[in-house]
Design a protein. Structure first.
Length: 254
């Protein structure tokens, strides 16, 4: 499930680049992704409501932080990285996440640091590094945004693991999108959205569907359900298939 989710995430760079070319800012693309996905998830409300009634007050701050940093923060930083350095390099920087995940999992989840996890992390990050060899489109802002997206990505899995153990993967996905959607709405440039709607065509509509369904809803659903059966550090390592997908797509479409 985690690997399939990673393949879906690999389409994000292409979708965001196409939407940016159509005139949307990174904030608007982030809002479109989060709010659009949350609207789709409203179908789960009858099932989530039962879990909401069991929500403990002490878990609310954790949910908010996990959503704002892990979900919204990762999305915003990643799309900015794509703008500065392109989808291939942005996703490579995003996938420093296994390093941060191993570190954070040991600190907050008390997951043991095993030789296997260290070796897998080194192999995964080294593979991503090889993808960057020969790339000259490096920009300091883009690199910083890319590293920040990797840290936020790791935080999503580490904090999400604790929430899943108390509630459910579906609840984690729904709550993350709901909190992120509420937080991003005041910053969406609605004039851009209106102008974008007026020039909507098959290509931009397909990019919207790719962003919301293929690049967000399905991958996060698969990843959060995978977290139920894997350690946070392991799940982060298995998502290394995302940069492979992104690099392949960038080769043909960018």
């Amino acid at each position: 499930m985690v690997i399939l989710g990673a393949v879906g995430w690999g389409t994000l760079g292409i979708a965001s680049s196409q939407l940016a070319a159509a005139g949307l800012s990174n904030t608007s693309v982030t809002g479109l992704r989060v709010v659009g996905t949350f609207i789709c998830l409203l179908a789960l409300l009858p099932f989530i409501y039962k879990v909401l009634k069991t929500l403990q007050f002490q878990d609310i701050p954790r949910l908010i932080l996990q959503s704002l940093i892990g979900m919204l923060g990762m999305t915003f930083c990643y799309f900015n990285a794509v703008q500065y350095v392109g989808p291939a390099i942005a996703v490579a920087l995003l996938y420093t996440a296994p390093i941060w995940s191993v570190i954070l999992s040991g600190i907050f989840l008390k997951e043991p640091l095993t030789l296997k996890s260290v070796l897998l992390t080194i192999v995964a990050v080294s593979g991503v590094g090889c993808m960057m060899v020969g790339e000259h489109r490096l920009n300091l802002n883009g690199v910083l945004y890319g590293f920040a997206s990797g840290i936020c990505y790791a935080i999503y899995g580490v904090m999400g693991k604790g929430i899943i153990e108390r509630y459910s993967p579906s609840f984690l996905l729904f709550s993350s999108m709901m909190i992120s959607a509420v937080a991003i709405v005041p910053f969406i440039e609605f004039q851009q959205i209106v102008a974008f709607k007026e020039q909507l065509n098959l290509a931009t509509f397909s990019a919207c569907l790719m962003l919301i369904i293929l690049g967000t809803l399905l991958p996060f659903a698969l990843y959060t359900h995978g977290l139920k059966y894997l350690k946070a550090s392991q799940a982060s390592i298995y998502t290394i298939f995302e940069p492979l997908t992104a690099v392949i797509l960038a080769t043909f479409f960018v």
